[in-house]
Structures are given as structure tokens and as C-alpha cells.
Design a protein around this ligand. Structure first.
Ligand code: SAH
Length: 256
């Protein structure tokens, strides 16, 4: 799938261009356009090296970056344009957070539109007549008393929300290496051995308490979300405590 075009308008510091490329690559954004940078391109050796160092290996993005003399040229082929700004300007404009804007962008792109996001100069941001080129504005909600971000960091936060629209990483997952979650049968088998061993040693003093104790122990075991390996370890613990080397009939599930 294609992705939003990142447009840097008159960036002043080559380090920020390099860090923008890095942020873009982190977020699987590929297309960078640079409008009239302060240091003329092609960059001299020193500036070039500083940019490359800041990009930390995101060379592809810089090599494929397109240079434009004016903003209208950089926007010419786009169907929908977003301007980013920390400040509110005295204009009627739709203002979105990245969290809202990026899913919307993804839908537009899926619908075949070419979409771009403009970022302004480090010192003065985007001018009003540049923001006027945009169909909508994105403001990253931050501390109102200190909301202006470094240019590349602003690109990163927008890029981050882009990546979230393309990514299905579960919010929480149990990393288990080479094992797997225990099955209900494995729990029950272990619980059966445990209950039998406890029973033989007089744990259930009052028979009428047995159902409550059973439920409570089973509940604890279930909540532990044990892996198959962990259940085997508990079989081993139990066997050691009751003086038995191997769980009866446990086969592969026996203690290790
Ligand atoms: N001093 C400038 C800030 C420039 S920061 C000003 O007051 O406008 C460089 C660029 O980073 C901005 O032009 C904008 O594109 C982006 N940026 C910085 N902070 C942002 C924020 N909170 N929300 C959206 N974009 C932001």
C-alpha cells in the first residue's frame, strides 16, 4: 500500500532532515519531499555527513527524496493535503489530532488518493498562506504551555499514528518462547494429582470444605495462565514433595 508523502517546507537544519528520514523509516513511510532547504542541494560534504549521521542508516529515504523550489510544485500531484502546526492560526480550518487524521488518511489512500503532510520551518513553522493550501490541519495535542515539537519529532508522532493504522500488534501478549499455553486437560490432570496428594496427607480436614478449597485452588491455577512447560515444572515440584520421581501416567507431561 502506498503511504502519505512527507513534505518539509524550507527546513533549516540538515540534522532535522536526517532525523526526519530516520523517523519515516521507523514508521514505514517512504516518500520525502523537501522544499527549498536553507542549505542548497546537493549538500556540501560536511552538511551531507551531518545529515547522514542523523539519519542513522535511513539512506534510502534521503536518496529518494525529491527536491522542489516552491511549495505549489511539491503539492501539485496531491489530492488531499494536511498542514501540521502547533499553534492555532486565525483561519477557519478543520483541526485534527494525528489519531483521527491518520486513519482518515489511510482510507483516502486506500480509495486511490495521493495524500501529503506538510511540516514547517524550525523557527517559524508554516506561514498562513502555506497553511491555506491544506485541506485540513493536524495539531498534535501536547502541553499547551509548551507544545512546539522539534521538526523530526513531529514527523515521528505523525508517522507513529500512520504505522498504527497498518499494524496489528496485540496490545498485550504473553511471550512464551518455545512452549505454549497449558490446556484445560493439563491443568485438570495436575490439579487431580495435587488434590490426591493433599487428600492422602489429610489436607481436607472437613469434608464439607472440600468443594470451596477445590474451587479456590483451581481458580488460582487458572489465573496463573501457566504454560505447558510450567505445568510440567509443577508436576516435578509435586513429585519431589511427595517423594515420587515421576508423575504416574504422565508420559511426556511428566516432570523434568
Ligand atoms: N516555532 C514554530 C514551530 C516550528 S516546529 C511555530 O511556532 O510554529 C517545526 C514544525 O514541526 C512545525 O512547523 C510543525 O510542522 C511541526 N510541529 C511542531 N510541533 C507540533 C505540534 N504540536 N503539532 C503539530 N505539528 C507540530
Amino acid at each position: 500500500m502506498s503511504c502519505p508523502v512527507i513534505i518539509l517546507v524550507e527546513p533549516q537544519l540538515v540534522e532535522n532532515i536526517g532525523m526526519t528520514a530516520r523517523a519515516m523509516m521507523n514508521c514505514a513511510l517512504t516518500e520525502l519531499r523537501i522544499v527549498n532547504p536553507r542549505d542548497p542541494w546537493p549538500l556540501g560534504d560536511v552538511h551531507h555527513q551531518r545529515m547522514m549521521a542523523a539519519s542513522s542508516g535511513a539512506d534510502d529515504i534521503l536518496q529518494n527524496a525529491k527536491l522542489y523550489a516552491t511549495l505549489p510544485e511539491a503539492l501539485a500531484d496531491l489530492n488531499y493535503i494536511y498542514a501540521t502546526a502547533a499553534r492555532t492560526h486565525d483561519m477557519t480550518n478543520r483541526i485534527l489530532t494525528p489519531r483521527t487524521a491518520l486513519p482518515e488518511m489511510a482510507e483516502r489512500i486506500q480509495g486511490g488518493q495521493k495524500v501529503g503532510v506538510m511540516f514547517g520551518r524550525e523557527r517559524t513553522g508554516l506561514y498562513n498562506d502555506e497553511i491555506a493550501f491544506a485541506n485540513a490541519k493536524i495539531t498534535i495535542p501536547l502541553n499547551p504551555a509548551f507544545s512546539s515539537l522539534n521538526l523530526a519529532q513531529a514527523v515521528l508522532l505523525v508517522g507513529y499514528e500512520w504505522y498504527q493504522t497498518q499494524n496489528n500488534t496485540p496490545g498485550s501478549q504473553l511471550h512464551m518462547g518455545h512452549t505454549r499455553p497449558a490446556t484445560h486437560e493439563e491443568y485438570l490432570y495436575f490439579y487431580g494429582r495435587l488434590e490426591k496428594a493433599l487428600d492422602e496427607r489429610g489436607f481436607f480436614v472437613a469434608e464439607d470444605m472440600r468443594p470451596t478449597m477445590t474451587r479456590s485452588l483451581q481458580n488460582m491455577l487458572q489465573r496463573a495462565e501457566m504454560t505447558e512447560q510450567e505445568v510440567r515444572t509443577w508436576h516435578g515440584v509435586l513429585s519431589a514433595l511427595i517423594g515420587q520421581r515421576r508423575a504416574p501416567d504422565a508420559g511426556e507431561n511428566g516432570d523434568r
